[in-house]
Ligand binder design. Structure first.
Ligand code: TXA
Ligand code: MG
Length: 346
């Protein structure tokens, strides 16, 4: 347990933090909180250490990892060039839930970049993450600390239930504050490209840098996404999740109808909805993932909500959908992937 009220400098004095940093330098695996989700960290310059991440997660080898650093100046130690737009983004959003894809300089382990000539880098803003990265003072490869394919972990309990026995240390600092992963932007071309929507919204990005393109693979199911990880079935609960779309009232009515039909077929049914609507599903297994009026509250609770259905061994889940703006954009991206593209229009 790491106290959540301490600042970076205070955290750097803690023996738990120091031994976790030492372990990273010796090639160990450390799970730690970031503001988005918990990460599973290892030395990004050592093949063996980074390979251990893939083994612990059961992650496909062609899916590169995000490299985490504790200070902007470390960027020049791993990248070949930093274009002006990257400086703009760094200035505006880092530390924070933004990941930049840049050309690397060959100093990282091949497993980390999956053999690509680019690397995804981010500076998290969570004090525990920053303190750990600054103490270790090496680039740390860290994907989300879940078993591959499962919802990302927003609490230490989630990490524990996926990876107990497979990691050396788990730094528990309570639930994370953003709840969805970082936004990934490729800045190696003429125009920046959004590869994964996340904690920083498209609206915020546009305001900061003007022009940004969307990876066509994000919008079109038939195109291969440019971010290797985006092609996998992801964030998925074990039950079959259906995303129900449409105008609010008819969407809720449709969800109720579908649930009743599935119940009649003898299925164990779950409903994923919001506080505004949860009372309309009496008698069913209902999980509320925050307030529809507050996208940030939904982001924080989304992955925990998805995990609840597994705990209850729910076989079929009907999920409320959200309008495409701000954080809802990232939330809908995750729900759509959790649904494996199963959408019902009301
Ligand atoms: O919020 C986050 O980003 C969390 C925390 C722990 O920092 N990390 C995280 O990592 O979500 P991971 O490994 O679960 O997701 C990394 C994403 C994947 O979709 C991967 O394919 C993409 O970033 N990625 C990594 N390197 C890339 C590269 N060189 N080019 C394009 N996409 C890349
Ligand atoms: Mg992940």
């Amino acid at each position: 347990k790491i106290p959540s009220h301490k600042n970076v400098e205070e955290l750097k004095e803690l023996e738990e933090m120091r031994s976790a940093a030492r372990l990273l330098r010796e090639g160990g695996l450390v799970a730690f909180p970031t503001e988005t989700v918990y990460g599973l960290g290892a030395d990004a310059t050592k093949e063996e250490a980074s390979s251990a991440i893939f083994a612990a997660k059961g992650r496909p080898k062609d899916n590169p990892l995000i490299v985490h650093i504790g200070q902007k100046k470390q960027l020049t130690q791993i990248t070949r060039e930093i274009p002006p737009v990257a400086h703009q983004l760094l200035h505006r959003f880092c530390p924070g839930p933004l990941t930049l894809v840049l050309k690397h300089n060959g100093s990282l382990a091949q497993t980390v970049t999956a053999g690509l000539d680019t690397v995804a880098v981010r500076i998290p803003s969570h004090p525990v993450a920053l303190a750990l990265l600054q103490l270790a003072d090496i680039p740390i490869a860290a994907p989300s600390a879940n078993r591959s394919g499962r919802p990302s972990p927003t609490t230490a309990d989630h990490v524990w239930s996926d990876l107990a026995g497979k990691i050396d240390i788990l730094l528990d600092s309570g639930p994370t504050s953003v709840g969805v992963e970082s936004t990934v932007v490729d800045v190696t071309g003429k125009v920046p490209v959004l590869l994964r929507p996340g904690g920083i919204t498209i609206e915020e990005l546009k305001k900061a840098i003007g022009k940004i393109e969307m990876d066509p693979g994000l919008l079109n199911q038939k195109r291969k996404p440019r971010s290797p990880g985006m092609k996998y079935k992801h964030y998925a609960p074990q039950g079959e999740l259906w995303l129900v779309q449409g105008e609010e009232k008819s969407m809720i009515r449709k969800m109720r109808q579908l649930a009743e039909q599935a119940l009649a077929r003898g299925k164990k049914v779950g409903i994923l909805t919001t506080e505004e609507h949860q009372d309309q599903f009496r008698g069913l297994f209902v999980v509320s993932c925050g307030r529809r009026k507050e996208p940030a509250s939904v982001a924080i609770r989304l992955y925990d909500a998805l995990r609840r259905f597994d705990e209850e061994k729910v076989e079929i889940i009907y999920a409320e959908s959200f309008p495409q703006y701000g954080l809802f954009h990232s939330i809908m991206n995750r729900l759509w992937k959790a649904a494996g593209g199963r959408v019902i229009k009301s």
